[in-house]
Design a protein around this ligand. Structure first.
Ligand code: PEP
Length: 248
């Protein structure tokens, strides 16, 4: 199980430090659950210092697909590694919706992240209109095949998939455990077909979309739900800790 917090564009430096400290203090030893937090870029270094010696890993929320160069305002995979990141969220629906990210671009980012030993948490998920039109499975399959095109994996530890139905993100409308399991099972089949049985079965598939302390256990109990990507509830240490506990 892996539970990762996506802090989005929240927390100034002082708030990020305080939140990281509160999570470290309330979480104790989360093993065997893996835990990560993904603060804004500018707070990565401050949060890294707080996490030092703790079992909580550091992640970023995005990165550029090129190695380096004249890309004003962008951040590279090597920079994220140098600041201590283990994970990077790629292809989040907010990146797709507001910044025009396509499966082809996310695919380039995934390849670059892997070259640098970063573990991409690659997001896929359908909109409400797509679900209502009966297209949810087709959309998720198309996204998954697109973002993983030509992506080779040395092991199941190298990559994480997050199923995040867009209609559930930040809305308070969570997928039911059954809806989540159905989509996760499809993603599992596609991963097995692409990477073989051993890697396909061992890859983490996270659920994301309005996960809260009171619905986390039922979602995490599903056989193909291997943890969660947590937005809003990751900004309160008590809620985030309760969600991690629900993964035990
Ligand atoms: C997210 O943005 O990845 C997310 C799942 O957000 P929330 O938990 O707030 O729905």
């Amino acid at each position: 199980m892996l539970v990762a917090g996506n802090w989005k564009m929240h927390t100034d430096r002082a708030e990020a430090i305080a939140l990281a400290r509160a999570i470290v203090a309330s979480l104790g030893d989360p093993s065997p659950i893996r835990v990560a937090v993904c603060p804004p870029f500018v707070n990565l270094e401050a949060v890294r210092q707080v996490l030092e010696g703790s079992p909580i890993a550091l992640g970023a929320q995005n990165m550029h697909h090129e190695e380096a160069g004249a890309y004003t305002g962008e951040v590279s995979a090597a920079m994220l590694r140098a600041v201590g990141c283990r994970y990077v969220i790629l292809g989040h629906s907010e990146r797709r919706q507001y910044f025009g990210e396509t499966d082809a671009l996310v695919n380039q980012k995934v390849k670059r992240a892997l070259q640098h030993g970063l573990v991409p948490i690659v997001c896929v998920g359908e909109t409400l209109a797509e679900r209502q039109a009966g297209q949810a499975e087709a959309v998720v399959e198309r996204q998954l095949q697109g973002v993983l095109d030509g992506v080779e994996l040395p092991s199941a530890e190298a990559l994480v998939i997050a199923y995040e139905p867009v209609w559930a993100i930040g809305t308070g409308h969570t997928a039911t455990p059954d809806e989540a399991q159905k989509m996760h099972a499809l993603i599992r089949q596609l991963l097995i077909a692409r990477y073989g049985d051993a890697i396909g079965r061992a890859l983490h598939i996270l659920y994301g979309g309005s996960v809260k302390p009171d619905n986390a256990a039922a979602l995490f109990a599903q056989p193909d739900v291997d943890g969660g990507l947590i937005g809003g509830a990751s900004l309160k240490a008590a809620d985030f800790t309760a969600i991690v506990q629900a993964a035990r």
